[in-house]
Design a protein. Structure first.
Length: 257
């Protein structure tokens, strides 16, 4: 593939040198100014991978765009009025146009280089639910925040469900760029949780086979006290167990010696 890329690349370089001369002629100057900036920007537009590729090769003298080559039209297009006569002349040269057309292969070449880490890049989001009781409008309400962090590409669909039924009134932060080729977003639901409710945050993203879900259930006071009872029970059990074991070992040692 590298071989097919180098020939048009060489053509491009040659062209650049040629066009600088053309461009300054076109500007009607005796000679180019001492300091000027010549820019060429090759835009590659891909439709469905490399199935259909459009090259728009833009040329600028200082900051003014003078002309571009558009592979869809197969010819050079004058952007600045003063380029019209030059462009007309170039467009009569079929070999010149055919060579420029071959630059489309550079686009295909670069697609192959960039595709693995841009087009094919997938980073799975980390999803978690955080409940907060600090809701100003109503003290009985809870704000459930579904945090979806570190994903790529940007396209994502996030929904809130309460007992299997979608909640339509949710709000969301803007899509945040982490600056390391990942995105971050939070979708919030304000609700009055009741005992036995099940809240679900559902995320659909290109990195998953299908939608994934994370659930949250309000903990009633009795559930909370049961949990503490359990924890205290385990701690007491461990303390007594350890004491018993120590005594047992001590006795055993006493018997042997
Ligand atoms: C995209 O390209 C694939 C083959 O690479 C083809 O099967 C598919 O039909 C194309 N889709 C569209 C929308 O043109
Ligand atoms: C990107 O940045 C975010 C936020 O700083 C961080 O949580 C995440 O782990 C980073 N991901 C990668 C792939 O570097």
């Amino acid at each position: 593939m590298g071989g097919s890329g180098t020939a048009p690349l060489a053509f491009w370089g040659l062209l650049l040198g040629m066009l600088v001369v053309f461009a300054s002629e076109g500007l009607g100057m005796e000679e180019p100014p001492e300091h000027f900036l010549y820019q060429a920007k090759g835009e590659c537009h891909f439709f469905n991978g490399t199935q259909q590729v459009r090259l728009i090769d833009r040329h600028f003298f200082d900051r003014q765009e003078l002309f571009c080559f558009d592979s869809d039209r197969g010819k050079v297009v004058a952007v600045a009025e003063m380029m019209e006569s030059d462009v007309k002349r170039w467009n009569q040269d079929k070999v010149f146009l055919r060579n420029w057309m071959a630059v489309v292969d550079i686009c295909r070449y670069y697609y192959g280089i960039y595709e693995p880490f841009s087009q094919a890049r997938r980073v799975q989001p980390k999803v978690k639910i955080t409940p907060t009781d600090k809701v100003e409008s109503s003290p009985h309400n809870t704000l459930l925040i579904c945090t979806v962090g570190s994903f790529f590409p940007a396209g994502i669909e996030i929904k809130w469900f309460r007992n299997g039924k979608e909640e339509p009134k949710v709000w969301s932060t803007d899509l945040i760029r982490n600056g390391n080729w990942t995105f971050h977003i939070e979708v919030m639901l304000e609700t009055t949780p009741e005992r036995g409710d099940v809240y679900t945050c559902q995320v659909e993203h290109a990195s998953f086979e299908g939608p994934i879900t994370v659930q949250w259930e309000p903990q009633s006071d009795s559930a909370r006290s049961k949990m503490w009872t359990g924890i205290v029970g385990i701690v007491l059990g461990l303390v007594f167990g350890a004491t018993g074991l120590a005594l047992y070992l001590k006795n055993k040692k006493g018997l042997i010696s």
